[in-house]
Design a protein around this ligand. Structure first.
Ligand SMILES: [Zn+2]
Length: 168
């Protein structure tokens, strides 16, 4: 089981969006048409998607007990603009939260969060503690106390830093 394995269900959308920005280099996949396409974004809608991305990152940091990486619009304020309704399948009676206005990224993210809450997976989607990483990852550790996207990369770097600080 890889630490970097994809999160379950609709959370793949949230993880993919958060990880369009390489925090270390500043490279932003949403700068290009190819990078925007999977999210159905245009140049006109990309700014609000970036705002949503950083609000999501702050929420994922909070899942791991970390403060926000910077001032952001609270995620709840953004998602409140994308109302969801309960739809019921007449054939089997199954119900789901679905966007009122199907399509825009904000609505899809709101539905994904609602689905993940129901599935009990929302709090396990986290952002890496390392300030030059903040990558979104799904924490599959048994106790759910993971702090880094990859113990091998960021966890090892953090340990090395603490070790150096002690030596100094
Ligand atoms: Zn990391």
């Amino acid at each position: 089981m890889s630490e970097r394995s994809a999160p379950p269900g609709a959370l793949t959308l949230v993880q993919a969006l958060v990880n369009t920005l390489d925090v270390e280099t500043g490279g932003d996949a949403l700068d290009t048409a190819e990078g925007r396409a999977p999210f159905g974004l245009t140049e006109d809608t990309v700014d609000s998607a970036r705002e949503l991305r950083e609000s999501l990152r702050a929420a994922l940091l909070a899942h791991a007990g970390h403060p926000p990486h910077r001032a952001v619009t609270p995620l709840g304020d953004l998602l409140a603009r994308a109302p969801l309704v309960v739809t019921v399948d007449t054939a089997d009676g199954s119900a789901a939260l679905t966007p009122v206005d199907d399509g825009p990224l904000l609505s899809r993210v709101a539905a994904a969060v609602a689905e993940a809450v129901t599935a009990g997976t929302w709090n396990r989607l986290k952002a890496c503690e390392a300030a030059d990483c903040h990558w979104a990852y799904y924490d599959r550790s048994p106790a759910g106390r993971g702090r880094w996207c990859s113990m091998r990369v960021c966890g090892a770097r953090a340990k090395m830093r603490r070790y150096r600080a002690k030596e100094a």
